[in-house]
Design a protein around this ligand. Sequence first.
Ligand SMILES: *Cc1c(COP(=O)(O)O)cnc(C)c1O
Length: 389
Amino acid sequence: MNVPLLDLRAQYSTIKREAEAAILHIAESQQLILGEEVQDLENALAEYCGSRFAIGVSSGTDALLMALTALNIGPGDEVVMPTYSFFATAGTVARLGAKPVLTDIDPITWNITAEHIERAITPQVKAIIPVHLYGQTADMRPVLEVAAHHNIPVIEDAAQSIGAQYHDGRIAGSMGLMGCYSFYPTKNLGAFGDAGLVVTNDEELAVRLRQMREHGAEQRYYHKFVGGNFRIDAIQAAVLNVKLPHLETWHEARRRNADLYAQAFMDCGLSEGKGIAKFDEKNPVLLPLASWRSSGVKNYHIYNQYIVRVQQRDELRDFLASRGIGSQVYYPAPFHRQECFAYLDAKDADFPMANEAAATTLALPIYPELSPEQIKYVAQTFAEFICPQ
Ligand SMILES: *Cc1c(COP(=O)(O)O)cnc(C)c1O
């Protein structure tokens, strides 16, 4: 059996007719950049994300860059973030000449926590970027409390988490001053190329961001400040407008697949269930948790990635590949181990959980169109590797 990590063509085949009609419409109109499709998308996404304003941009990376720029972050400033995320979280900060201040992560959600942030605050900190990693929100209430106490704005990196909900029902990206999303094709809502979004409830910021994506122009050829070309293509907006009505169904299918995995790993004797944080003979596979440890209240995890933890991860990965199963390691090197951040002089021992995650996490196929048989096959192949007869 073949189980690719992701099969974008499976999803495409379910929306082919609509998507082709939308693309053809753009081709015929020749309204190729911004325009009506983009406005429709922005309106729909503002509502979906629970924010007043949504600004479509060129990528998730540019969304972060613009949010930071809108706060005038630059040389001499510091920005607090988890060391374990996709590169863009730190890369955008460094590109602006500011210093990424790295923290370790929570052992169960792999997200930053309020305690980590509190310890990292200095007078130079001008923003905090919690990342809602893999489709699950960070524990935002205490994060926002710490930020408010120190009067520091919060930019949410919700690139992997559009539609994820915190346990109080608030939506990933809508809780801080600005929220940044990516429509990179592998995200739950993926364009047919690069695209991204910034949301905010602050009208002045929304105006500034709209101008920033067109070189800081207030009206064409009259520039209030220096921005850039951060525009979204109409074709991407048209595709996203076709996909958005399906998004909730796709999230639900991923959540169902996550439950099927949990059951299959239990059936194979590789796990006693969700919420186990330490390896032992009965738990050689640690499952991702979709509820908060203390409160027991469920958050809404959209499983952009389904991440398990295993020892001998790299050998297992090769074994899975030999049996036709795709998997991926996100992220083998946290920011504090990146060559380009050697100048930060971060101490490796300060990030035990991130290092543990880098060594033991493995992303398994979770895309909506997977079959229950494929999921069972993945769990059985794990069992073959872990408990050979
Ligand atoms: C994908 C991603 C980004 C960047 O988005 P692009 O659209 O690829 O530029 C930023 N942060 C995180 C956490 C991501 O996963």
